[in-house]
Design a protein around this ligand. Structure first.
Ligand SMILES: [Zn+2]
Length: 264
């Protein structure tokens, strides 16, 4: 099954020279670094993908690595990848970092953890057409996503999962445990929750990675959740397919329309 953080890091570094720049970004105030991988020139529309902010959700980091190793990312875009945003939690298999923090509640105010601060600082001057964050959910029965930004990409991702025969969560019973929101603060349908990022931030009292990037840097933001009760291979397949489907969606859909009005 899944390996250690040093193994993950080694495999990312092996992609150097394969069109990928792979570097370690220091976490100021903590004895650790984050991997940041980039490809493509700045004239291409940019996509940000992150994984592993919760250390007990390992399918995202390994799925993203496999997707890149197999050349599965559309070269029509440039990429900034954060392959594992909670390295200490990843190795300890805990949701929290070694500092005892749920890092996905520390992306407010320029970053309230060394990891969040490193990511937000590095991303400061960047704008993204699409942001994706990869998670897992212990209560889910199938794949689902959160979508911010008013697009329809999440529906196309769910349709791609359906077409491949992969399970999609109906978001009925499991919705109660899916997060801090209820039916007054978001809209849910099979496989997809849409929320206003301002309302969700108010409920959280801080910002998640996706909320911070939706607020500051990305036109659209998707958070993917795979069911951690499902088999390892199935979870990897779901994340890989969902990422590819989201990228295909913005390259076909209205994603390239009115770029000049993106960040008003
Ligand atoms: Zn998570």
């Amino acid at each position: 099954m899944n390996g250690t953080y040093p193994e993950l890091e080694r495999r990312w570094k092996r992609l150097r020279g394969d069109g990928w720049s792979v570097r370690e970004v220091a976490c100021v105030g903590a004895p650790r670094t984050l991997i940041c991988a980039e490809r493509g020139d700045h004239t291409l529309p940019s996509i940000a993908i992150a994984a592993g902010v919760h250390g007990d959700e390992p399918a995202g980091p390994w799925a993203l690595l496999e997707l890149v190793e197999s050349g599965g990312l559309d070269p029509a875009f440039s990429y900034r990848l954060w392959p594992c945003t909670n390295p200490t939690g990843f190795d300890a298999r805990t949701r929290e970092s070694a500092d005892g923090l749920d890092l996905n509640r520390t992306f407010g105010r320029g970053g309230q953890s060394p990891e969040a601060k490193a990511i937000l600082t590095a991303n400061r001057d960047r704008k993204f057409e699409l942001s994706i964050d990869l998670h897992e959910d212990a209560d889910a029965t199938g794949f689902y996503c959160y979508e911010y930004g008013g697009g329809d990409d999440g529906r196309r991702v769910v349709a791609a999962l359906d077409a491949a025969g992969l399970p999609v969560d109906p978001l009925q019973a499991t919705f109660e445990t899916a997060g801090p929101m209820d039916d007054t603060s978001c809209t849910r349908e099979r496989g997809r929750i849409t929320a206003d990022h301002r309302a969700e931030a108010a409920l959280l009292g801080s910002l998640s990675y996706s909320l911070a990037i939706a607020r500051n840097a990305a036109r659209r933001a998707l958070t993917f959740e795979t069911p951690s009760r499902a088999s390892w291979d199935l979870r990897l397949s779901m994340h890989r397919l969902a990422v590819r489907a989201a990228i295909a969606s913005i390259s076909q859909g209205e994603g390239k329309v009115a770029r000049e009005t993106m960040f008003e």
